[in-house]
Design a protein. Structure first.
Length: 343
């Protein structure tokens, strides 16, 4: 009998992204076999492809933003899962460390991420632990479900920021995570949300998605522009860029007692104005991925379809065009690029 093979994308470098053919996997105990339907390209995928991600090495097999259908179940798995449309929760945690025991498995002491440190879902079929898939509601199409994973990180950060009802918020960075953070903050009741970027097209897009104002974060008057657009100081700043310049800008525009929520992956150590943090009693919180409650909240948010899909998903490619999809995603004018795998 001829062994059945499937397509899988491997990223050797940004200039070497290929379709490889590998044997079809089988679901073992506690696992499910999933047929991929649609996969998103994340900013972390782009950083890794360029060799700039601090926790991902080349080569890697992407696909942590993946939607699919369960087509097989291993032993000890509820057979009712077979045939279900699912999204993957890609945190691969140990379940036994102190963080996992506290329910904060997103910061597991030995955390790996499906599609980052292990082969992901940018393939025809893949195997994953059954507790890592979340069934989808019937009224959320696959193309919207592909936004659940990238929406879950902003939802997590917004939740950790505390009650945003009536609060003034600045979002630094208008890439996918920044735009989703603005949407999540508005959904959480923020009274005014202002978004910063260096590209006017991205600032304009943020306004179309509901932001109350925008400003150029690279301008010498960025802090003053932020305060004018915000009509006062910020209660919370979400830094989706996490560079030294954005950290300094965040601290400058925060009101006393405010919070800086770091979401973007820094490219190295950052100098912080600790004197101002101490004097103004500011809070700085790191934010990594999410947990199940954030995924479920992201699903409910997206079921409302609170924005025009075309304002976020700006290009779609077939899996055979993965190299073209990565090149498109490298264009700062693009927002979210998706890859279709099967129907």
């Amino acid at each position: 009998m001829t062994e059945q093979t499937l397509r899988r994308i491997v990223v050797n470098s940004f200039d070497d992204i290929a379709v490889e053919h590998v044997p079809e996997p089988q679901a073992g105990p506690g696992e499910v076999l999933v047929r991929s339907t649609i996969v998103g390209i994340c900013g972390s995928d782009m950083h890794a492809a360029h060799g700039r991600h601090p926790f991902m090495s080349l080569p890697f097999w992407p696909g942590h933003e993946v939607v699919g259908v369960v087509v097989g179940v291993g032993s000890d798995v509820n057979p009712d899962l077979e045939g279900k449309r699912v999204v993957v929760e890609p945190n691969l945690a140990c379940g036994t460390c102190d963080q996992c025991k506290e329910g904060r498995y997103n910061i597991c002491s030995t955390l790996e991420v499906f599609g980052c440190q292990t082969p992901g879902g940018m393939t025809d079929k893949f195997v994953i632990a059954a507790d890592r898939v979340v069934p989808l509601p019937d009224d959320l199409e696959d193309k919207w479900a592909a936004l659940i994973e990238p929406m879950s990180t902003p939802v997590h950060a917004v939740r950790r920021a505390g009650n945003l009802q009536g609060k003034k918020v600045v979002v630094l960075g208008a890439g996918p995570i920044g735009l989703f953070t603005a949407i999540a903050a508005l959904h959480a009741g923020a009274s005014r949300v202002v978004v910063a970027d260096i590209l006017k097209s991205k600032m304009d897009r943020a306004i179309r998605l509901g932001a109350h104002g925008s400003f150029n974060s690279s301008s010498p008057t960025a802090a003053e522009d932020a305060l004018e657009a915000l009509q006062g100081k910020a209660h919370v700043v979400f830094d989706c860029v996490s560079r030294e310049s954005t950290v300094h800008l965040a601290i400058e525009v925060l009101d006393k007692g405010g919070s800086l929520m770091t979401i973007g992956v820094p490219n190295g150590p950052t100098v912080v104005n600790l004197d101002l943090v101490q004097d103004r009693e500011l809070t700085i919180k790191g934010n990594l991925m999410f947990v199940r409650e954030d995924v479920l909240a992201a699903i409910e948010l997206l079921r409302e379809k609170p924005f025009r899909y075309e304002d976020v998903v700006t290009a779609t490619f077939d899996i055979e065009q993965a190299a073209d999809a990565f090149r498109a995603s490298d264009d700062p004018e693009q927002v979210k690029v998706l890859i279709t795998v099967g129907s």
